[in-house]
Design a protein. Sequence first.
Length: 654
Amino acid sequence: MNTSVLVVDDSLTIRMDLTEALIGGGLNAVACSTVAEARGALAQKQFPLIILDVLLPDGDGVELLKEIRGTPCHKGTVVMLLSTEAEVRDRVRGLTTGADEYIGKPYDTSYIVARARELLRRGQPVTAPAQKTILVIDDSATFREELRHALEAASYHVLTADTGDEGLRVAADARPTAIIVDGVLPGIDGATVVRRIRLDTALRRTPCLLLTASEDRDAEVRALEAGADAFVRKEEDIAFILARLSAVLRSAGTQMRNENTASLTGPKKILAVDDSQTYLHEISGALRGEGYEVALAHSGEEALELLAVQPMDCILLDLLMPGIGGQETCLRIKSAPAMRDIPLVMVTALEDREAVIEGLSAGADDFIAKSSDFQVLKARVHAQIRRKQFEDENRRISEDILKKEMQAADARAARDLAGTRATLLEDLKHKNQELEAFSYSVSHDLRTPLRSIDGFSELLLRDYADKLDERGQDFLRLMHSASQRMGELIDDLLELSRLGRLEMRRERVDLSALARLVAGKLRMIEPERTIQLVIEEGIVAEGDPRLLRVVLENLLGNAWKFTAKSDQQRVEFGAIQKDGQVTYFVQDSGAGFDMAYANKLFKPFQRLHSEADFAGTGIGLATVQRVIERHGGRVWAESAVHQGTTFFWTVSAN
């Protein structure tokens, strides 16, 4: 992953401070002091993250942000704006221009580094790490380094911290594979570190090994009750600690780390809303000391304007303010889908019971009285952020379960549909076979008496016509013609039925040779025709030679028939490459047809020309379509009235 960060700020102190902190956090930092220098750096290299001051000596940082957002190669670049301007309108301007983050000065360096890493990690695919990362939290530099060397010799990647608070920040940022933590630490102790990890949905699955130098027999019980996976006394040698770590990792399995869930100890942003400038500065200082980034708003209107462009992790809202009061502001926040889930703590100087009821009724998640002691306030904020994290985790789990249930339901429905479809296709196949057998039987049974009618009518016309008057002879001729017509229809239906039942075989077929045989037969039937018949040589196909001959007999026969009344009688058979596939065609210069009626072309008994102009049964093209479909191909035509017709068809390779 590219971890290059461009820092653009005219203050040498800030550039050095941020560069040092970013490099210490495992990122590569490049520093510039002006807009011109920044443009030069961006022209030479792609930076996934830019930390940009709003006020620069040769330009406006927000205008540079517009340039960055308008450049395609920097489309995915993350931009964090820095500014001494604390006004809401400045934040809104920067965020609406396209900034991903807006941080006011004075800033907390650890917040910027943690937020930078979080933004860089966002959107990256979650994959199992190639090397296991172990976080060692111990205030003894000697022991810490000894353990680090042993772990690195065992092929682990090692991170270290010397206090519990620092260890939690590193864990939130790096998401280690496991944590080894000393039981006794300055500030919060090891058991407290483990408890906080277990309360953090982003880290709770991380295996924890707790070390102690204590001889107290109850030390192990307290460690395990705190949530540690294993307990090791410090007097044990390093090899024993590594063995315990290996066992813990083996028991934990290979679960994917929850990279997308924000950690409780990760960077958090608080919105403080109060009309008192003094109180805002006091609360801002207290919360920034805990590692929070604090945005300030002086009214409900400013708070709503800022929340529309920048999400917050918690809101501290004064109850009594001019303009839109705290209660109305709370109601508007909780009624907006994009804001309603943000934890909101109502803060007021009023301590009566009615004020509490009024704030909670407006939708506040908690209520606290103003005080110069901010310890309770910080604890309430932390509790609300933790509650929100649990709710988000439960919602994500519920959504995952619902998604899996829907996928399972879709899979069941697909299986049921496939089964039903297979059953219907099998039933349809049987019905078609039955229908074809019935059609064959009926057609065959009809042909025998029809031949008698045809034969006797022909005998009557030949031997007994003089015994009938002219009207009777006309009736007899009509009967004979109709019987012949009916015979042709029955023969064509029998052929169509036979082709549907005929077993197919696949072989290499010389279509050019077949076309020449069909053309020779047509010339024998009508030797007087002077039609120009062009057959391209070397055309082959994989298919059944008997069935493919039926296709050529019908298409070349139709082309021969429909060019009879045209001035230029020409028929061509050939092949072209169309859409990456061999496409065969028969083209004529005959009567053609209106493409508006093309949908009727391949339906049985559908004719686009009158019987008087061109005789036929209307079965031939239906037969062609059936043969082509049995070969896995398709057939279609292109034509225009009096401008000839071209029939195209394909066959599949298997």
